[in-house]
Write a protein that binds this ligand. Structure first.
Ligand SMILES: *[C@@H]1O[C@H](CO)[C@@H](O)[C@H](O)[C@H]1NC(C)=O
Ligand SMILES: *[C@@H]1O[C@H](CO)[C@@H](O)[C@H](O)[C@H]1NC(C)=O
Ligand SMILES: *[C@@H]1O[C@H](CO)[C@@H](O)[C@H](O)[C@H]1NC(C)=O
Ligand SMILES: *[C@@H]1O[C@H](CO)[C@@H](O)[C@H](O)[C@H]1NC(C)=O
Ligand SMILES: *[C@@H]1O[C@H](CO)[C@@H](O)[C@H](O)[C@H]1NC(C)=O
Ligand SMILES: *[C@@H]1O[C@H](CO)[C@@H](O)[C@H](O)[C@H]1NC(C)=O
Ligand SMILES: *[C@@H]1O[C@H](CO)[C@@H](O)[C@H](O)[C@H]1NC(C)=O
Ligand SMILES: *[C@@H]1O[C@H](CO)[C@@H](O)[C@H](O)[C@H]1NC(C)=O
Ligand SMILES: *[C@@H]1O[C@H](CO)[C@@H](O)[C@H](O)[C@H]1NC(C)=O
Ligand SMILES: *[C@@H]1O[C@H](CO)[C@@H](O)[C@H](O)[C@H]1NC(C)=O
Length: 747
């Protein structure tokens, strides 16, 4: 498909070029006549035709001899200024992007060597199923070459042979199958550091394919069809640090990388490897990143976890990624590995090396007690999506763990001993298990938890959470999707807990949730439960709350002064409940409340006088209630503009036009608005309304000017006068600055 697109592009380019030739010729005549100033550094060649390949306006230089040039079809008609050509004090970099490249670079008559010789970075886009890459004969200073996505199936000859300065070569996203004899260079050793052959169709790598690339640091062979490495193609790559072989069809490494003494990162994801042992991967102990995810591994061998400390710089992280295999168990470390760990620790002094281990998405049922003993400083451990029914391992091996993911297993019980030493743990994911309680002492020594996720478990009732104190910056705990109907966090527990999520549980009596000692709790989510009533005495919640979500319950009644102590509450959600009326005193004390959601209830009448305490209210939603009138008299003097979302109600057009014109004229602070606007006869400013018996008056009814309105009006007039003076002065200043200055200084 890429080839078709490219063909169309080429056709378009040809016609552009034809136009371009005519234009250039015309331009030249004019140029001469008008002494049009052509930038000095570009010498337009004798044929005007050439300059349209690399249009002068597409040439940029950010320092004196550093150029970025765009060319179409060919690279002609440009040359560098003398000061950048001969022995120069400036570093010369010429970065050329050639789009829609022609194929005729082997026709010497069409070659203009003026610039080719100086190019340091060349990016070509073309459609070249078979090519000799003849252009490279002339680009002797090339350092970076991008031949990505050019449909190349075959490269003949030795096009890179003379590129003695080439450092980075990208051949990704082509259709190459044969790379034998391709990477041969005149000079030895050559300078090639990075080679990408990703996304090609390579099946076989001949043993000598990379023989000469002794300076190569990174080799990318990912997304090919390589299955066999028996010819040991990497044998001479003694400087290689990164090798990407992911997404191929490799079944066995067969020692193919054993000769790479300083390899640091080996990517093998998405192959068919079922065995790794000391013979097949001798250098495994040197590896910082070892990604064997998505293979056919059934067993973890102790050698996979063992690393040689000498090969790591300070602050290295060893990543061992074994996810998405068919591993069923993780055995004890053998005494060999363990003793080497302790030797390592005593040698390492200040060198700080840590390990991430990813075993997620396997079928692990069994982790032996000393399974992690040979790992250096395990920090992240991912065991999610396995088949564990418990997690009992040596706590000494978990001391440094910060992230532990056990989600998606079948764990029924937490063993206190295992967790008790994890005093660095910050992020604990236990979601999707079968826990029904939190054991005593489990988190006794832990003061660093930031996220504790226990959603989707079987907890019905907790009399304590056994987490004494969360992280100094606060902690969040998710207990949603359990069967919780009762929860107490006693005095002295749960310090620094700032967010608690209890949605989708079985809470019907909210007084069974006692959080009154959580004096730092700010956010509490009770949505999707079965709460029916709220009273001042039933909310055993701390006054520190800033956000309270009671969406989707069955609340019918909220008693007077229920929220009276929540003077810091800013957001209260009561959406999707069974409220029918708002009564006097219901929202008493909510003096900081900014957002109130009453949508999807059954409220018919809304009177502003019952909201008088809500001095800071700015967003009120009454969507989908069936309200026909809001009396907003008490809100004339409200502090802030207040947006009232009114979708899906039954407001009369009379009320609506009054409300809108009062707001627009600045009499009231109440702005009716909808989330989904409509147009049509029975609507105003996009808000639908019910026409009354008499035809509606779009201009709004004649209103009786109440006292409050008069007051507001006179204030408005005063403000307007003040504003006008200001603008007048500003205007004068512009026209006669001296005058105004004189007047000002005289004053
Ligand atoms: C770009 O090149 C011209 C001519 O060589 C030079 O005069 C100019 O200073 C260069 N621009 C920058 C930003 O160096
Ligand atoms: C590659 O390695 C082999 C065996 O060590 C050696 O004989 C050969 O000279 C090397 N080739 C190059 C080009 O370095
Ligand atoms: C761990 O493995 C899972 C599954 O393959 C993957 O989604 C996740 O990105 C991996 N994490 C790391 C840090 O490699
Ligand atoms: C693993 O180590 C623990 C503790 O040393 C030991 O109790 C257990 O039997 C070992 N498991 C096996 C299979 O050797
Ligand atoms: C290693 O890094 C740690 C901090 O990451 C530092 O405290 C220690 O001094 C460093 N050690 C060496 C040998 O550089
Ligand atoms: C752990 O593995 C799961 C896949 O089961 C993945 O979604 C998650 O991102 C992984 N976490 C880390 C930190 O690698
Ligand atoms: C833990 O793994 C699950 C996959 O089972 C993933 O969805 C979740 O995001 C991970 N938890 C964390 C905190 O990374
Ligand atoms: C808990 O985990 C679930 C799914 O694993 C996720 O959707 C939810 O956002 C997590 N909770 C928190 C507070 O991170
Ligand atoms: C919800 O809690 C009640 C007791 O309050 C119990 O009878 C009922 O079975 C629970 N329902 C679920 C789905 O757990
Ligand atoms: C309110 O409007 C809805 C449609 O938006 C209509 O079905 C309902 O009958 C109306 N109710 C009243 C009381 O007018």
């Amino acid at each position: 498909m890429c080839c078709n697109v490219s063909r169309i592009l080429r056709r378009r380019c040809r016609s552009v070029r034809r136009f371009c030739i005519v234009a250039i010729i015309r331009l030249q005549n004019q140029t001469i006549m008008r002494h049009f100033h052509i930038p000095l550094f570009i010498l337009i060649a004798t044929t005007a035709l050439c300059s349209c390949y690399c249009p002068p306006d597409k040439v940029r230089n950010h320092t004196r001899c550093a150029y970025r040039i765009l060319c179409y079809g060919n690279i002609r008609g440009l040359s560098l200024p003398d000061q950048c050509r001969e022995a120069t004090n400036y570093p010369v970099t010429v970065d050329v992007t050639l789009t829609d490249a022609q194929e005729d670079f082997d026709d010497e008559n069409l070659i203009d060597e003026g610039l080719l010789n100086y190019i340091t970075t060349l990016k070509i886009s073309a459609q070249w199923p078979t090519t000799k890459l003849a252009i490279l004969t002339y680009t002797t200073r090339l350092q970076n070459l991008y031949l990505v996505n050019n449909c190349i199936e075959k490269i003949s000859g030795n096009p890179f042979y003379y590129l003695s300065r080439l450092e980075n070569l990208y051949l990704a996203h082509n259709k190459l199958t044969d790379i034998e004899f391709l990477f041969q260079f005149q000079s030895y050793p050559n300078r090639l550091r990075k080679l990408s052959l990703a996304f090609n169709e390579i099946e076989d790598i001949p043993g000598d394919a990379f023989d000469e690339l002794s300076s190569l640091v990174e080799l990318d062979l990912s997304y090919n069809k390589i299955s066999d490495l028996t010819e040991e193609p990497f044998y001479n790559l003694t400087k290689l640090e990164i090798l990407r072989l992911n997404n191929n069809q490799i079944k066995d490494l067969n020692g193919a990388v054993n000769g790479l003494p300083i390899l640091k990162q080996l990517f093998l994801r998405g192959n068919q490897i079922h065995n790794i042992d000391e013979e097949s991967l001798k250098i495994i102990k040197h590896l910082e990143t070892f990604d064997l995810s998505k293979n056919d591994l059934e067993q973890v061998k102790p050698v996979m976890f063992s690393r040689h400390w000498e090969h790591f710089a300070n602050a290295s992280i060893c990543r061992i990624i074994l996810s998405e295999n068919q591993i069923v168990s993780v055995p004890n470390a053998t005494s060999n590995e363990i003793s080497s760990r302790f030797v390592r620790q005593s040698h390492m002094h200040n060198v700080d090396v840590s390990t991430d281990l990813n075993l997620s998405v396997n079928s692990i049922t069994d982790i032996q007690y000393n399974a992690f003993q040979s790992l250096i400083k395990l920090v992240n451990l991912n065991l999610s999506k396995n088949k564990l029914i418990n997690f009992v391992v040596n706590p000494n091996d978990l001391i440094y763990v910060k992230y532990l993911n056990l989600s998606g297993n079948f764990i029924m019980q937490l063993y206190s001993e295992t967790f008790s030493s994890m005093n660095n743990l910050q992020n604990l994911d236990l979601s999707g298990n079968q826990l029904d309680f939190i054991p005593d002492m489990a988190f006794n020594n832990n003061y660093n938890l930031k996220y504790v996720n226990m959603t989707y478990n079987d907890i019905e009732k907790l009399d304590a959470i056994h987490i004494n104190m969360f992280h100094p910056n606060g902690g969040a705990m998710d207990l949603s999707n359990n069967h919780l109907y009762k929860l107490t966090i006693p005095y002295g527990e749960g310090l620094r807990l700032y967010s608690l999520i209890l949605h989708s549980n079985n809470i019907s009596d909210i007084s069974l949730i006692d959080l009154s000692h959580q004096s730092e709790l700010q956010s509490l989510d009770f949505s999707r439960n079965s709460i029916e009533e709220l009273h001042a005495s039933s909310l055993l919640l701390p006054a520190s709350l800033e956000s309270l979500d009671l969406t989707r319950n069955r609340i019918q009644r909220i008693g007077p002064s229920t929220f009276v102590k929540f003077s810091r509450l800013r957001t209260l959600r009561l959406s999707v409940n069974y409220l029918t009326e708002i009564e006097y005193g219901m929202f008493q004390g909510l003096s900081s409340l900014k957002n109130l959601d009453l949508s999807y209830n059954r409220i018919k009448v809304l009177e502003s006088k019952f909201f008088l305490d809500l001095k800071c209210l700015q967003h009120l939603s009454v969507r989908s209630n069936g309200i026909d009138v809001i009396d907003f008299k008490s809100w004339y003097g409200h502090k802030f503009n207040m947006q009232v979302i009114v979708d899906n109600n039954n407001f009369t057009c009379e009320w609506l036009s009054g409300a809108l014109s009062d707001f627009n004229n600045g009499y009231s602070r109440v702005k009716p608005a909808v989330l989904v606007g409509v147009t049509g006869r029975h609507s105003l400013e996009g808000i639908p309304c019910e026409a009354g018996e008499t035809e509606m008056l779009v201009e709004g009814p004649e209103y009786v000017v109440t006292d409050e309105r008069l007051l507001v009006t006179s204030q408005k007039i005063l403000e307007a006068v003040r504003e006008q003076n200001f603008y007048l002065r500003k205007f004068m200043w512009k026209l006669f600055p001296e005058e105004v200055n004189r007047i000002v200084t005289q004053q």
